[in-house]
Design a protein around this ligand. Structure first.
Ligand code: CO
Length: 280
């Protein structure tokens, strides 16, 4: 059975961190419709004054983040001692687990800044695991050519027999970046029981059965259940990320950068942060 569009979300322009212009595609939704995914930010701006303030030191607990850089460069540092700069085509995977404090500071560049940050929820049994971090270089991201033109960058999970470099996320998501020429088609199989969404980075994409949508740049489609997804790019071609994962179906207690299962766990996290005992 083909998946159909269940909901289109257009996201909201907002500022976060110390004043970074971004599009919050989804996040902080009461019905947890994207479970196990909590939030997707498309951070980007043409003018350095809209991104240079960055995301100074802040804590995370109970989640994993996957960052996919499209344009520009972001310097990163964390309480584990990791430090570096990620640029176009690079990825960063961070499992906050029991607690990490980090900062993400865009660097002034020639052009714009653009990247996607996806928050993946950690199941209760893993929320207090030791934090971990991994940076992934562009040559670690495999590209699978599509028969009708275009290609698929495999970021996580397996597509076309090729497995992406982000392998340690507990919820085992599949994450593809799909580039399609004008009218190009793409099919994704074996999706039964998973939460599946598409976020359009450039152009417009229609979805089976009747090229529904089209979903345009800056919007996401959440799909109904089914085994396969069929996408068709519009006349200007398209680029989108496709993400799938098994829902956790656990209670969510969420405040800012910390996502736990109960209010008590949330209160404890903030008490520890203010007492200086947050990082284990
Ligand atoms: Co952060």
């Amino acid at each position: 059975m083909l998946r159909t569009i269940h909901r289109i979300v257009h996201g909201q322009e907002t500022f976060d961190g110390a004043g970074v212009k971004l599009r919050r595609v989804f996040g902080f939704s009461a019905d947890n419709a994207f479970d196990p995914f909590l939030l997707l930010d498309d951070f980007g701006a043409d003018r350095p004054e809209d991104y240079l303030a960055g995301f100074p030191w802040h804590p995370h607990r109970g989640i994993e983040t996957v960052t996919w850089m499209l344009e520009g460069r972001v310097a990163h540092g964390d309480s584990l001692g990791n430090e570096g700069v990620i640029g176009p085509g690079e990825m960063q995977w961070m499992s906050a687990g029991s607690g990490i404090i980090h900062q993400e500071m865009p660097e002034r560049g020639e052009g714009r800044l653009r990247g996607l940050q996806l928050w993946v929820n950690l199941p209760a049994a893993h929320k207090m695991s030791p934090p971990r971090y991994r940076g992934i270089s562009p040559d670690e991201v495999p590209r699978v050519p599509l028969p009708g033109g275009g290609s698929v960058l495999v970021l996580a999970g397996t597509y076309g027999g090729v497995t992406g470099p982000v392998r340690d996320v507990v919820a085992s998501p599949r994450y593809l970046d799909v580039i399609l020429p004008a009218g190009g088609a793409f099919t994704w199989d074996d999706l039964t029981g998973l939460t599946v969404f598409a976020y359009v980075i450039e152009g417009a994409v229609g979805f089976a059965p009747d090229h529904a949508g089209p979903v345009r740049r800056g919007s996401a489609a959440l799909f109904s259940d089914g085994d396969a997804l069929q996408a068709l790019a519009g006349n200007d071609g398209a680029r989108m990320v496709l993400v799938a994962g098994a829902p956790l179906r656990e209670p969510v207690a969420w405040r800012g950068p910390i996502v736990m299962n109960t209010q008590q766990e949330l209160d404890l996290a903030f008490r520890e942060f203010h007492a200086g005992t947050f990082v284990k």
